[in-house]
Ligand binder design. Structure first.
Ligand code: CMC
Length: 392
């Protein structure tokens, strides 16, 4: 017995107090620790934002240098972890590899299991921020059959990631400044988004006292779904499926048809019922990247713009307040940077790791933290007696 509030999808339930990220979905506002996302995305570096999310305040010059130094000391992977990674089938999805390998980090850092020690909590947070890019790039290399590249600690966070992705033992890779800039911006835009499905998953897993590597692996699993982080990959699939600007009206009709499971990927958001503020920033960069990067796929972008234009004026989408979200554009930029589709959600996970560990740290130091345990409204059979198998 018991009467509980029925709230599927947690539309009206606050699960915690948090001082990290503020969203006003009606006004299209997103703040990290009080700072507007557009200011951070255009002025700060990703590690500066990571510091802000983790430690509540923007770092001084010295604090940032120290933080960068700490992160770079943790970028390497244990050789045995690389052997583990090699065991994956050659065509394993990089998200499957990321999820498994991040989860396995707890087997290498036993002290992380002591989640009650604030020092080890902080070290684990640093390790995750440092190692996830190395694992992500290694998952890509495994997929394409190239040797894993060691991190280069003389490079900035984004540039090092591009190096690990695109350099080989016999060819250096000098990332273009615009590519690095675009990546920095995308990482900042994806760094946190309060109690989304994956962050709530990290918190729920962590509420039982599970170690941070296991919690973040759970977050990665949750992010993978197409309604969440998988949307950027799904957007590109959809654009390829539509194929040509002339087919856009047909697909708009499909998206409106309730008997058709097709949805416009990259449209709509649970919280933003106005324009997604991240989409506004990313749209501009998308233009810039496509204009300046050689090999950028502009017919695809034209298609995306046409889709956006029609949907923004269509009664169905207007009535339901369905606007393009951040992932409508991120995949197009990643494509222009040469990052393949099956890596898009991995890119999201890499950036969101900062948000996940910040929330996990916040939760672990919150005296009000207790194990998450939602209730249910039971709708199964009444009590009944067991019937022997011969009588059924
Ligand atoms: N295309 C067509 N119709 C849609 C779409 C869409 N993309 N999104 C919502 N609707 C309709 C939906 O059918 C429903 O219509 P009705 O009221 O007539 O039944 C109405 O709009 C409300 O939709 P909902 O599914 O109840 O809304 P939700 O808040 O549960 O879902 C969402 C939010 C993001 C899962 C959904 O909009 C969606 O599936 N979008 C496409 C996937 C996507 O782009 N996801 C990325 C989200 S942003 C990145 C992140 O933070 O993870």
């Amino acid at each position: 017995a018991g009467f509980f509030t029925y709230d599927p999808g947690f539309m009206a339930t606050a699960s915690c107090h948090s001082a990290i990220t503020y969203i006003d979905g009606e006004q299209g506002v997103l703040l990290y620790r009080g700072y507007p996302i557009d200011q951070l995305a255009t002025k700060a570096s990703f590690l500066e934002v990571a510091y802000l999310l983790l430690y509540s305040e923007l770092p001084s010059e010295q604090e940032l240098l120290d933080f960068e130094r700490v992160i770079t000391t943790h970028t390497m992977l244990n050789e045995n972890l690389k052997n583990f990674l090699d065991g994956f089938h050659y065509d394993a999805h990089p998200m499957a590899i990321l999820c498994g390998v991040v989860g396995s980090l707890s087997a290498f850092y036993h002290e992380s299991i002591d989640v009650h020690d604030p020092h080890y909590r902080e070290v684990s947070a640093h390790r995750l921020i440092a190692k996830v890019p190395t694992i992500a790039a290694a998952a890509y290399k495994h997929n394409v059959g190239e040797p894993i590249m060691y991190p280069r600690n003389d490079l900035r966070y984004g540039a090092n990631f591009l190096h690990m992705m695109f350099a080989t033992p016999c060819t250096d890779y000098e990332p273009e400044l615009l590519a690095e800039k675009a990546l920095n911006l995308l990482f900042i835009l994806h760094a946190d988004h309060e109690q989304n499905a994956s962050t709530s998953t990290v918190r729920l897993a962590g509420s039982s006292g599970a170690n941070p590597f296991a919690c973040v692996a759970a977050g990665i699993a949750s992010l993978w779904g197409p309604a969440h982080g998988g949307a950027n990959e799904a957007v590109l699939d959809m654009l390829h499926q539509i194929g040509d600007v002339s087919n856009v009206p047909k697909y708009i009709d499909k998206a409106k048809d309730k008997d058709d499971p097709f949805r416009l990927m990259g449209f709509g958001h649970r919280v933003y019922k106005n324009y997604d503020p991240r989409a506004k920033i990313i749209r501009e960069v998308c233009h810039q990247v496509l204009e300046e990067m050689p090999g950028a796929n502009s017919p695809l972008f034209d298609l995306a713009l046409k889709l956006e234009e029609i949907a923004l004026h269509d009664e169905y989408f207007v009535e339901r307040k369905l606007y393009p979200n951040v992932d409508f554009y991120s995949g197009i930029i990643y494509s222009a940077l040469g990052i393949p589709r099956n890596m898009f959600t991995v890119m999201f996970a890499l950036a969101r790791t900062v948000g996940w560990v910040s929330h996990w740290m916040e939760m672990m130091s919150d005296p009000a933290n207790r194990i998450g345990r939602p209730r249910q409204i039971y709708c199964g059979p009444q009590q009944r007696d067991y019937v022997p198998i011969s009588k059924r």
